[in-house]
Ligand binder design. Structure first.
Ligand code: ZN
Length: 290
């Protein structure tokens, strides 16, 4: 168990500086590669007309990218942000997602050491990242990302329980119960309030996708931390909302980063705030309830 008082895990602090630097560099690199992959998966999941296939292509001209065009961030810098085939501008969202995921993965390793707990945190972070991207880019939260979050949590349970070294089934039972209380304790009251408000105001406020995402955060965080995450989400949501409105909001076509048009109405994307809040709550072990 990491010491809740310090951000950097003792395993990492005990390493010689060269090994520590290598480990951080490797986690940043793997996060960047995953960021590139996750961003494409997220964008493809909301673009109905997007060509399917395993090879990455230029979003503008369809040119199949060679390995040298797929190096995270570096390719973007070397090509000065333009496609080698059509010279079209590659959206800045690509290198930004690679950097964000690189930082997230490194933070997981620093916080939880080289452990299954770090792996679980990285998987949770990846799901949060995909939800933030699809909500920002298309105003939708595909159920498959919630399902991926639940699956990763279920897979991580026995691994983390084994790692903690106590009585295996006691650890499993404790973590399972904590996650379920977190998920249901957050989502059920919130769903009731939102359904009531929607009926009273005769329009849709918070979407059900956001509530599903919050219940997934409850699985990983448990009730106390998920509640902290929810409060933090609202604060981030207000800040993001002001920035979003300041930046002009609904520019771009559906499927492009920045476009939030659903049924002809602009919907403010709340998932980026939920995702950022949940990930920071996990990293810093924030728990207002004690
Ligand atoms: Zn191109």
């Amino acid at each position: 168990m990491p010491d809740r008082g310090a951000f950097v895990h003792t395993d990492i602090l005990c390493l010689p500086p060269a090994a520590r630097a290598t480990l951080i560099a490797l986690s940043v690199l793997s996060g960047m590669c995953m960021g590139s992959f996750l961003f494409c998966v997220s964008i493809r999941s909301i673009c109905a007309g997007e060509r399917r296939g395993y090879r990455s292509r230029c979003p503008l001209c369809g040119h199949t990218l060679s390995p040298r065009e797929l190096v995270p961030v570096m390719s973007y810098v070397v090509q000065r942000g333009r496609c080698r085939s059509c010279a079209g501008r590659i959206p800045l969202a690509y290198p930004i997602s690679e950097i964000v995921c690189g930082a997230m993965y490194a933070a997981c390793v620093l916080r939880f050491g080289l452990s299954f707990e770090a792996l679980g945190a990285a998987a949770f972070g990846s799901v949060l990242f995909c939800c933030a991207v699809t909500d920002l880019a298309g105003g939708v939260l595909p159920d498959r990302f919630h399902a991926a979050g639940i699956l990763c949590w279920v897979v991580s349970l026995p691994l983390v329980a084994y790692e903690r070294g106590g009585v295996f089934w006691d650890e499993m039972r404790g973590m399972f119960a904590g996650g379920m209380v977190g998920a249901l304790g957050i989502s059920l009251p919130l769903a009731a309030v939102v359904l009531f408000m929607n009926r009273a105001l005769k329009r849709e406020g918070m979407g059900m996708g956001d509530i599903k995402l919050l219940s997934v955060t409850g699985l990983y965080l448990g009730f106390g931390m998920a509640l902290t995450g929810l409060i933090l989400s609202c604060i981030f949501g207000i800040v993001f909302g002001l920035v979003y409105r300041g930046c002009g909001g609904k520019t771009g076509k559906p499927g492009e980063p920045g476009a939030v048009v659903t049924g002809g109405r602009t919907v403010f994307p709340f998932a980026p705030a939920v995702s950022a809040a949940a990930f920071l709550t996990l990293l810093f072990g924030l728990n207002l309830t004690g």
